[in-house]
Design a protein around this ligand. Structure first.
Ligand code: RB5
Length: 144
């Protein structure tokens, strides 16, 4: 079954967003942005966070120049666990250990082919449910 995945970016991530959509098999929900006009990454991070938290899609992919700003925006939502990954090991571990539901990429730091591998690793790796990982992930629900 094809997985439903939302994807959003700021102006720094438009090229990588297009590449990932063209090269990875998924039912993509594209939340923009689409042009090179300068936009603010929190606006797109929040939209993506809501789509994932509402269950509209299984996972989200968030892209900005570094991956960091948009990850901060996504992580403001209490139901989101967003992780910036720069290699496939990080992508695998953040699924197994943290049950991450949004993967963040830095389009100015990570090349297209590596980014594709990172996304595929993230999407195919299950959370190691039960035991210590679940206990720790549950503790992330604390509201300050
Ligand atoms: C936009 O120029 C840049 O600041 C943004 O994409 C991101 O890298 C911020 O974290």
């Amino acid at each position: 079954m094809t997985m439903k995945v939302a994807i959003a970016c700021d102006h720094g991530g438009v090229g990588l967003k297009g590449y990932l959509k063209d090269n990875i098999e998924a039912e993509w929900l594209d939340l923009g942005t689409d042009g090179t006009d300068s936009v603010d990454y929190p606006d797109f991070g929040y939209k993506l966070a809501e789509a994932v938290a509402d269950g509209e899609v299984e996972f989200g992919i968030a892209i900005c120049g570094s991956g960091i700003g948009i990850s901060m925006a996504c992580n403001r939502h209490p139901k989101i666990r967003a992780a910036v990954c720069t290699n496939t090991t990080m992508a695998r571990l953040t699924r197994i250990d943290n049950n991450a539901n949004i993967l963040c990429l830095g389009a100015r730091l990570t090349g297209e082919i590596l980014a594709k591998d990172i996304v595929e690793e993230f999407l195919k790796t299950p959370f190691e449910a039960g035991g210590r990982h679940a206990r720790r992930v549950n503790k992330l629900d604390k509201v300050f």
